[in-house]
Write a protein that binds this ligand. Structure first.
Ligand SMILES: C[S@@+](CC[C@H](N)C(=O)[O-])C[C@H]1O[C@@H](n2cnc3c(N)ncnc32)[C@H](O)[C@@H]1O
Length: 216
């Protein structure tokens, strides 16, 4: 019979495998959120894009459904009209954004990879929101450097709790890519916390979302 400690370890192992997009320490609780609040309200187009993306080899990159719902709600609450999407992949959070904006809303969407965007594009077109999207293929940083004087409002950074690894002990058994990017995430979180130009709020939604509001 497995000991409590073994049970706990097995549970954690399973959680890392099954619930990699959730920081909740209970897969059952995450499943409850998805089934009670997210999936029943998920627009048909977002469901279609989520299912299409699930078949793609890099599907681990996609925004989770609970986070998509959160972003959609947030954008509506702040009456967002102009947004930027940095890192599109197949476009799940892009679609969540496009559906939240008014018909004359605009999204400047940037990704170094056009192919993945084009995979999701037919779903976005069918949803009738593609006209809001200005997709630019290439690295986002030079575009952001140009825009920096004008960028105000709200910025949401995704993955700021990085699979929970931001608090993992140095010898924790982390996947290679999680370990590799962890230091960058820690550095970003520190920089955001110390930046006097913004107010911040870090939320344990999806893989961690930090909302920043520019005040200067
Ligand atoms: C985690 S995925 C984004 C997930 C996406 N928001 C979604 O809802 O599925 C990160 C994306 O950033 C893109 N990327 C990586 N480096 C970039 C850069 N320097 N400029 C713009 N996009 C970049 C990658 O090609 C990848 O598609």
């Amino acid at each position: 019979m497995a000991s409590n400690a073994e049970d706990q370890q097995n549970q954690q192992g399973r959680h890392q495998e099954v619930g990699h997009k959730s920081l909740l320490q209970s897969d059952a609780l995450y499943q409850y959120i998805l089934e009670t609040s997210v999936y029943p309200r998920e627009p048909e187009s977002m469901k279609e894009l989520r299912e299409l993306t699930a078949k793609h080899p890099w599907n681990i990159m996609t925004t989770s459904a609970d986070e998509g719902q959160f972003l959609n709600m947030l954008l509506k609450l702040v009456n967002a009209k102009n947004t930027m999407e940095i890192g599109v992949y197949t476009g799940y959070s892009l679609l969540a954004t496009a559906l939240a904006l008014p018909d004359d809303g605009k999204i400047l969407a940037m990704d170094i990879n056009r192919e993945n965007y084009e995979l999701g594009l037919p779903v976005i077109q069918k949803a009738g929101v593609a006209h809001k999207i200005d997709f630019r293929e290439g690295p986002a940083l030079p575009v952001l450097d140009l825009l920096i004087q004008d960028v105000g409002g709200v910025i949401g950074y995704d993955n700021t709790l990085w699979n929970g690894s931001v608090v993992a002990p140095p010898d924790a058994p982390l996947r290679k890519y999680v370990r590799y990017y962890r230091d960058f995430v820690l550095e970003l979180n520190k920089a955001l916390a110390a930046d006097p130009r913004i107010e911040i709020c870090m939320l344990p939604v999806g893989d961690g979302v930090t909302i920043c509001r520019r005040i200067k």
